[in-house]
Design a protein around this ligand. Sequence first.
Ligand SMILES: NC(=O)c1ccc[n+]([C@@H]2O[C@H](COP(=O)([O-])OP(=O)(O)OC[C@H]3O[C@@H](n4cnc5c(N)ncnc54)[C@H](OP(=O)(O)O)[C@@H]3O)[C@@H](O)[C@H]2O)c1
Length: 310
Amino acid sequence: MKKVLLPNGLNVSEIALGAMNFGTTTSKEEAYEVLDLYLDLGGNFIDTSNNYAHWAGTGDESETLLGQWLTDRGCRDRVVLATKVGFDRHGTGAGLQKKQIEYWIDESLRKLKTDYIDLYYAHTDDPDTPMEETMEAFHRLVEKGKVRTLGCSNFDTWRVAEANLLADKQGLTPYTVMQQRLSYLSPKFDVPPKYCYNEVVNRERLRFLQDKNMPLVSYACLCKGAYEDPSLLPEEYEGGKRLTLIRTMAQEKGVNPSALVLAWLVNLHRCAGYPRVIPLFSATPQQLLQNVRGLELALSQEDLDRMMEV
Ligand SMILES: NC(=O)c1ccc[n+]([C@@H]2O[C@H](COP(=O)([O-])OP(=O)(O)OC[C@H]3O[C@@H](n4cnc5c(N)ncnc54)[C@H](OP(=O)(O)O)[C@@H]3O)[C@@H](O)[C@H]2O)c1
């Protein structure tokens, strides 16, 4: 697996592994198996949150399991660890106030058994807290060495632009990575997102990211397995011509459709107006082995044009 040096200095593998269900619906044994395999395959970019997966447990499970795995394997220095703050746990506590950020970073460090986070995301925007309070609180974490870089997820584009202008003016740390939904299938823009600000990326946002040289970590990019089994298609995506084409082309290339989706995402930056994209997904060990075959495909310009035209 190739590494990508991001503009903020993080050297990450070209795909990221989601740890959302580790310790809840994914058992410890299964989680260790997929984490070990991902590392063996050259992966190093692992994604969790301070609230995963509270809908299936307490919300501490994912970070706690990862902390134990990092300790058991002694591999903290080989991993680029991303976690998040700002969403609720069991319906309460959402927000990006200074006191929340200061509390949750220490909780994440404790659970993850580490003294620094490589990439700390605001998990969702908090328009009720002054932006300056949030950016200052995050900046202090960077100054203290608890956090290396900052990202944002589930934000409107204009809010990211405002936050980074404010950071620039006041000498604070900007957001340098965006985590938002993007897959190969086109979104249905008339279907409202499940929660505020988690819209699928549109072309304007992609141009913004490309212009700002800000990479996109595209979460849930495999649409819950719908490329393999179209009956799983989430309602916010169109199937249509794109689903047919990806399945046809995958067959032609001898890989599974999810592998070709990853190939498309990691190659998108070769197309005019598109930023660097790091696909983020979860998988069983067997699915991971299938999916990484996409990274070995050499997609030609003709392939990319064919995929973009529909
Ligand atoms: N920032 C945010 O707000 C946010 C929100 C959600 C998630 N995330 C992050 O994104 C990560 C990924 O989310 P997700 O799990 O919802 O991602 P996803 O990419 O939509 O779905 C992954 C699922 O697709 C299926 N799959 C993958 N490869 C497959 C294959 N080769 N064949 C058949 N099925 C395959 C598996 O489903 P089965 O297990 O059913 O087989 C797998 O669990 C999370 O772990 C989390 O870190 C972030």
